[in-house]
Design a protein around this ligand. Structure first.
Ligand code: ADP
Length: 511
């Protein structure tokens, strides 16, 4: 027991931190030996002195209010962790950066606070040095980005010239030179790609790019992805599957496309067989677009580095085209747009890159005002029926139009009953009308269909969409031949089934 109390005494007197105990009135009731090293006072000099003795004059008010607040709500805590400019005052009047830990305790109902104090000067100096080093690094990084932006921009012109000259020489050169010129062409293409990537990343990093936000239909971007990548996928024997989603994102179109383009490009680049798929899942919080592939995968210990500039995983000798900037661009673009991107992967099995788009970016009503339009179907998926769409809400019309177009229909659309009547006057057999029920105060989609039928002399097939189907069905007393009623928001599969069914029925009737 004696040994234990000796140890306790020693610890208290010579602990590495200066220890003081203050009573509720702010008087020092105990100070240990280490106080002398730190403050230059002998412990007994501090006995019963106010705590202010150890605090620089300029900070006394602040410290006292801090102590009062602490005494009102005591708990173990480090003062220095909360207050950056915590300073203590030595006997000679000099100051030092102090880290202070407080611990309250009670003796006979009276409150005391023990304070462990250490000199944080060195720690603070290290912190300041770190901040300065970081600022230097940021400055150097900005200078690098500026240099790259200028250099890559200025190099584009001469490369363009070389490219054109190479193409011209290819045309007129004898066969033995052609092979060399073709190789040169490939090298120029590689150089152009690298230059474009450098220009993109440096522009993004230098903050020179301001997102131009508009309402972007996902279907449009997906269509563009198909146009750009379909032949590449075909050439490599890979299936490219992009599931249509009739959603509209409020964002910068070009940057958003660039982000998807890089992810789909990578998926195709690092996949030798199987499939690259783009799918969407939306819930109340966000829209997730996933680009998944059945490619070579990324080792788990490399996953946290792949977004770094110029980082490339060693792909076991496989020859890949790239400079290691694609994912760095993806990361910067996502940051700029307020999206997030995560990548999961299993070596040898494939990779899934997911773009998370918070719900606030999903637009309900786009600004498109191209009311009447006719769009061609996506190549290779042509269906026979032509859809005549009439919908007064611009956003819904655009999304439905694009969705149907993706499904292979030729779509003609109108934004009002009056426009539809003139536009659909030359309706042909096989055409299907898809109409919103609540068109305007005088017309319903069903009225429009009835009038067109009277005018054309046959039961043009029609799909009527309504947000309040039960009340519509109640008001339609007899069943309408060759017509389907569907609820809004429309189930895309049900819509396709209805159109297919009606157009097939029409063809059979004709046969
Ligand atoms: P790169 O120009 O080399 O494709 P990126 O920045 O786009 O550069 O990607 C960084 C590295 O991450 C690539 O070099 C590749 O090793 C790996 N990677 C990216 N996407 C995939 C993917 N879908 N499958 C396998 N590896 C990938």
């Amino acid at each position: 027991m004696d040994l234990l109390s000796d140890i306790t005494q020693h610890l208290l007197r010579f602990s590495p931190d200066a220890l003081i105990v203050v009573d509720a009135s702010g008087r020092i009731r105990f100070a240990n030996q280490t106080v002398t090293q730190l403050f230059g006072y002998a412990p007994e000099q501090l006995q019963d002195k106010p705590l202010d003795t150890l605090i620089p004059e300029r900070l006394r008010g602040k410290h006292v209010s801090h102590l009062t607040a602490f005494l009102n709500k005591p708990g173990n805590r480090e003062m220095g962790a909360r207050i950056a400019d915590l300073f203590a005052r030595r006997a000679d009047g000099s100051e030092f950066a102090a880290g202070i830990r407080l611990a309250p305790f009670e003796i006979g109902g009276a409150l005391f606070v023990a304070a462990a104090i250490r000199d944080n000067t060195e720690r603070q100096q290290i912190n300041e040095a770190l901040i300065a080093a970081r600022e230097d690094a940021d400055r150097a990084n900005r200078a690098k980005s500026r240099f790259l932006a200028t250099a890559s921009h200025d190099l584009r012109q001469p490369i363009q010239t070389i490219r054109l000259l190479n193409a011209a020489m290819l045309k007129v050169s004898p066969p033995d030179l052609r092979e060399l010129l073709q190789q040169q062409e490939r090298a120029i293409e590689g150089m152009t790609r690298m230059l474009n990537a450098l220009l993109d990343i440096s522009r993004l990093e230098s903050g020179a790019i301001e997102p131009q936000v508009t309402n972007v239909p996902l279907l449009e971007l997906f269509h563009q992805l198909i146009t750009e990548f379909e032949s590449i996928a075909q050439a490599r024997g890979i299936t490219l599957r992009i599931e249509p989603a009739a959603l509209i994102v409020s964002t910068d179109r070009n940057l958003f496309y660039q982000l998807l383009q890089n992810l789909v490009g990578n998926a195709l680049k690092y996949t030798d067989h199987g499939e690259v798929a783009v799918t969407c899942v939306a819930d109340a919080a966000a829209l997730a677009i996933t680009i998944s592939d059945t490619g070579i995968g990324i080792p788990s210990d490399k996953l946290d580095r792949i977004f770094d500039e110029y980082y490339q995983v060693d792909t076991q000798g496989a020859k890949r085209m790239g400079v290691g900037l694609g994912l760095a661009i993806v990361k910067e673009v996502a940051r700029l747009l307020g999206f997030s991107v995560s990548i999961a992967s299993r070596i040898g099995q494939g990779t899934q890159a997911t773009v998370n788009i918070p719900h606030r970016f999903l637009a309900a009503v786009p600004t498109g005002n191209d009311a009447a339009s006719s769009v061609e179907p996506v190549e290779g998926t042509t269906r026979r029926a032509r859809v005549l769409l009439v919908e007064d809400n611009d956003g819904v019309r655009l999304a439905t139009e694009l969705f149907l177009r993706f499904e292979g229909f030729v779509v003609k659309s109108a934004h009002s009953a009056a426009e539809a009547e003139s536009l659909f006057a030359n309706c042909q057999p096989g055409d299907v009308i898809v109409a919103d029920y609540h068109l305007d105060s005088r017309n319903t989609g069903l009225d429009l269909l009835t009038r067109l039928r009277q005018r054309l002399g046959y039961d043009v097939p029609g799909v009527v969409l309504s947000g309040d189907l039960p009340s519509v069905l109640r008001s339609v007393r007899t069943s309408v031949p060759n017509c389907r009623f569907l609820s809004k928001p429309v189930d895309t599969v049900a819509l396709l089934d209805a159109i297919d069914e009606l157009s097939v029925a029409r063809e059979q009737a004709q046969d």
